[in-house]
Write a protein that binds this ligand. Structure first.
Ligand SMILES: Nc1ncnc2c1ncn2[C@@H]1O[C@H](COP(=O)(O)OP(=O)(O)O)[C@@H](O)[C@H]1O
Ligand SMILES: O=P(O)(O)O[C@H]1O[C@H](CO)[C@@H](O[C@H]2O[C@H](CO)[C@@H](O)[C@H](O)[C@H]2O)[C@H](O)[C@H]1O
Length: 443
């Protein structure tokens, strides 16, 4: 009965990864009572022969207040069953659980040693609910509940706890987590971190600057427009370099020997092959992209590798009143955990952020009738901020040599290839943004 209710409900949830395919079966793999009226479920959803697992906080009440009516899953007898992430009366138990290191039938709630968790703030679900659900507790904590579960320790938890233990700057302090065994592996179910209540998202700040530039009349150069962003890009570059240094000290590092560098080009090519098979629009650019990847094969220097962010863009950084903070060290969503934790060149993150400046510059052109006139200004904004970011990165101690140009270019193109697939799947009207990266001028 409960399985049927959940099967009818789960397909409509924003975070459900199997949209568009029928659900053949839903089974309940685990059902743990956390406290009275709050259960933690892990369900397995079968679709066309493949299985995905999701976690659900299931609330139970004899009557459902209006404020929770949107979260109703169904009723069994006289009991209302609902998505309890929306119920602050129930989610407060998560704070208690982490504060007191509670364990319930293999579900382990833990706090970071040395921190004290205030159990009084009440939660709200963050508006931008995407593939995960984030609960913001007062202005103190943000607790991200992973919806689709992948066995293993989440790289975000692994990295922020390691960096926090070193007192590294530019991260949001971790406070606690929830974990369980899945397929015999320690698996992160949720992470709770410091909520940066007075910070702004890098993407929003960058867009405000681009808008300002487009609105400036008479046409001012990007350097003179009111909302120039270059000083921020410079600071962000320096912060990025610092984070890379901290990662290199907290985790093992290695080098890819010259004779192994060819393998990197093979990796770029494999991703391109898969992407072209999925998005035919990429076909026209394959030879240009291949030519850039060939340059990597000609490299005569070894490539230092280490843990990196892996999916670095302006939406992953926040500007507090004093500094930039880097979020979400999870690698690219959808990639296998081993790949997301693998060592890579820090240039991969640098390339990710350079792509993001192109995104910010081009994004506002999409619904502009004078897009063609504004393109040069978009190019100017992107160039200015890309340069500032690279300058900041080097000033901050990051290493980019002349010999790195080919690798940086290949990482940028490879990121754009990933983005084309991401946009084709999620926001088809945005696909023109990454496709522009393959044209000679890049924008
Ligand atoms: N520590 C934090 N403080 C304030 N806001 C945050 C924090 N972490 C995330 N956010 C907000 O939530 C958004 C999504 O967070 P993120 O961790 O990137 O989730 P997702 O993996 O779903 O993209 C961010 O863009 C930011 O606006
Ligand atoms: O933040 P996530 O880890 O979920 O990353 C995914 O979604 C991002 C979009 O939100 C996507 O980023 C792309 O779009 C951004 C603008 O929305 C842009 O700043 C990035 O440069 C661009 O890559 C990211 O690729 C994807 O993994």
């Amino acid at each position: 009965m409960l399985g049927e209710l959940l099967a009818a409900w789960i397909g409509r949830q924003r975070w459900f990864g199997g949209k568009g395919r029928p659900i053949d079966e839903l089974s309940i793999d685990s059902d743990v009572e956390l406290t009275s009226g709050l259960r933690h479920l892990i369900v397995a959803v079968w679709q066309e022969g493949s299985r995905d697992r999701y976690q659900i906080l299931l609330g139970e009440r004899d009557s459902l207040p209006d404020r929770l009516s949107h979260s109703l899953i169904g009723t069994i007898g006289d009991v209302y069953l609902y998505d309890a992430v929306h119920d602050a009366d129930r989610t407060s138990w998560l704070l208690d659980g982490m504060a007191h290191d509670e364990t319930r039938s293999g579900l382990r709630m833990r706090h970071v040693p040395g921190v004290t968790i205030d159990t009084t703030p009440r939660s709200l679900v963050l508006g931008a609910e995407q593939s995960n659900t984030s609960l913001v507790f007062g202005d103190a904590y943000i607790c991200k509940l992973f919806r689709r579960l992948i066995p293993g320790v989440n790289p975000e938890l692994e990295i922020v706890t390691a960096l926090a233990a070193r007192n590294a700057p530019h991260i949001a302090q971790p406070y606690g987590w929830i974990e369980t065994d899945l397929d015999g592996t320690d698996t992160t179910l949720a992470i709770m971190q410091e909520f940066l209540s007075t910070a702004n998202d890098g993407w929003d700040l960058a867009l405000a600057s681009v808008r300002d530039l487009y609105a400036s009349l008479p046409e001012l150069p990007a350097s003179e427009a009111g909302g120039d962003f270059a000083a921020e890009s410079l600071r962000l570059g320096a912060a990025t370099a610092r984070v890379h240094q901290e990662l290199a000290q907290a985790f093992p590092t290695d080098v890819i020997e010259v004779h192994e560098v060819k393998r990197m080009a093979e990796g770029f090519r494999r991703r391109l092959g898969r992407a072209v098979a999925e998005v035919p629009e990429l076909r026209a650019y394959v030879s240009a992209i291949e030519a850039a990847y060939h340059e990597v094969e000609l490299l005569t220097n070894e490539v230092p590798v280490q843990r990196v962010h892996g999916d670095y863009h302006l939406g992953q950084v926040m500007r507090t009143p004093t500094d930039w903070v880097v979020l979400d060290f999870e690698g690219e969503p959808g990639q296998p955990l081993a790949e997301r934790r693998a060592m890579s060149s820090p240039l991969r993150d640098v390339a990710g952020m350079l792509r993001s400046f192109d995104y910010a510059a081009r994004h506002l052109l999409a619904d502009q009738s004078q897009a063609a006139d504004l393109e040069p200004r978009a190019q100017e904004w992107a160039d200015r901020n890309r340069t500032a970011f690279l300058d900041g990165y080097v000033e901050g101690g990051g290493v980019i040599t002349r010999a790195d140009a080919a690798l940086l270019r290949a990482f940028e193109l490879s990121k754009a290839v990933y983005e084309v697939v991401y946009e084709a799947r999620n926001r088809p009207s945005w696909m023109a943004i990454p496709l522009a990266a393959f044209r000679p001028r890049g924008i």
